[in-house]
Design a protein around this ligand. Structure first.
Ligand code: FNR
Length: 370
């Protein structure tokens, strides 16, 4: 409504309402290295393309005359009530896109009550982000130093992060041809290590070359399912495992006493030639039922995408690249634009499909057209 009313005064929005158009606009604005780092994927981009194609194979079958005058977007995930089933997923190194980086993202999310998942690889320390953020979760890249891991968890807890998301699929960075061609990795230039550089355990051990020290402990390839007990000991809130694609792993997360999983392939940035994340979702929700909260990401661009993920059993979804492009294009206002568009689109699509709230979409409103 606001947009149409502004149009009466010849005021047009400065960013498009179709969020898929943001990528090329961001490409016009950003340095080649920064753009490629965000837009790029693993290998040939096969997994990233599959993520989008999978959404097109599921079609919504709207239901009529269901009195959907309004639509309740609130939901409960990991024992918490969230204002929307859309969260801002952890995207690191945002200061390479805009000088305010994660601070601008946190402010935009706070104004709309949208929860933010802050990355370990943030370019602003978690305490600074917490000062301006609303509802917030902390994403852990589990470093190869247990004392440092515990320090991250203690700091997150002390600064009000209410859930822990442990990313499993990135114990090392994948083969990413764009970044290799540009010989560009932001971390080696001191962007995206701010949670490390601001940590007392890290600084005590880093010596005079913190970036070199970072390279020795960012990755943690030897982790196994048994290590999760350590996290439980040191984090008393809910824990979700991010990067789950295999039904066996979803079951193991249940067995390990986790509270949630994020079905995700990291936006196609890790294993090329993998299944679409959406194709992993239905088998996983079927396998684990209500034993664990299932969240989803990788490829969400529209309200319809969110409805499809909810109908396939996700309780909430995480957004990745689109808000990073909003940030690149217009800072806090750009992120706000992305969120408002997505949430308005989601609400309209739910109502026009005859769904009164975010828990109602089910397989009954989907048809697979393959
Ligand atoms: C990410 N992602 C990510 N995930 C994570 O757990 N920790 C992180 O620090 C990052 N950093 C990051 C940087 C950039 C530039 C991108 C694009 C992505 C993955 C992110 O949380 C999410 O899984 C995907 O972005 C979802 O896919 P879409 O929405 O980008 O298609």
């Amino acid at each position: 409504n606001e947009i149409y009313l502004n149009g009466l005064n010849d005021v047009l929005p400065s960013l498009p309402a179709d969020l898929t158009r943001l990528e090329s606009l961001a490409g016009d604005k950003l340095s080649r290295e920064a753009y490629d780092y965000v837009a790029g994927s693993a290998g040939t981009g096969d997994t990233a393309r599959a993520n989008r194609e999978a959404f097109r194979r599921w079609r919504l079958v709207p239901q009529m005359l269901r009195g959907t005058t309004g639509c309740d977007l609130t939901t409960r995930v990991l024992g918490q009530t969230l204002a929307t089933p859309v969260l801002l997923g952890p995207v690191g190194v945002l200061r390479q896109l805009h000088p305010e980086g994660e601070l601008a993202v946190a402010r935009a999310a706070e104004k709309l009550g949208v929860p933010m998942v802050l990355s370990t690889a943030a370019s602003v320390a978690m305490e600074e982000v917490a000062e301006v953020a609303g509802p917030r979760w902390y994403q852990l890249y589990w470093p190869d130093d247990r004392e440092l891991a515990v320090s991250f968890l203690d700091r997150a807890k002390a600064s009000g992060y209410s859930a822990l998301v442990v990313t499993l699929d990135t114990f090392t960075l994948a083969w990413r041809p764009h970044d290799l061609d540009n010989a560009y990795l932001p971390f080696l230039r001191g962007v995206g290590n701010q949670n490390y550089f601001s940590d007392p355990v890290f600084t005590r051990k880093a010596g005079d070359n913190p970036i070199l020290h970072w390279t020795t402990l960012f990755g943690n390839p030897s982790l196994t399912w048994d290590d999760l007990a350590f996290l439980r000991e040191h984090w008393d809130g809910p824990i979700a495992l991010k990067g789950i694609q295999h039904t066996d792993d979803a079951r193991r997360a249940v067995d390990a006493g986790m509270d949630g999983i994020v079905v995700s392939n990291h936006g196609g940035r890790q294993v090329d030639g993998a299944i679409a994340s959406l194709d992993a979702l239905a088998p996983i929700t079927h396998a684990v039922g209500d034993q664990i909260d299932v969240l989803f990401d990788s490829g969400i661009r529209t309200g319809a995408d969110v409805v499809k993920a909810l109908a396939l059993g996700a309780k909430a979804v995480l957004l990745g690249r689109p808000y990073a492009y909003g940030l690149a294009l217009a800072g806090e206002a750009g992120v706000r634009h992305v969120l408002r568009c997505l949430l308005a689109d989601l609400e309209l699509t739910l109502r026009l499909s005859g769904q009164p709230d975010v828990t109602s979409p089910s397989l009954e409103i989907l048809q697979n057209v393959t």
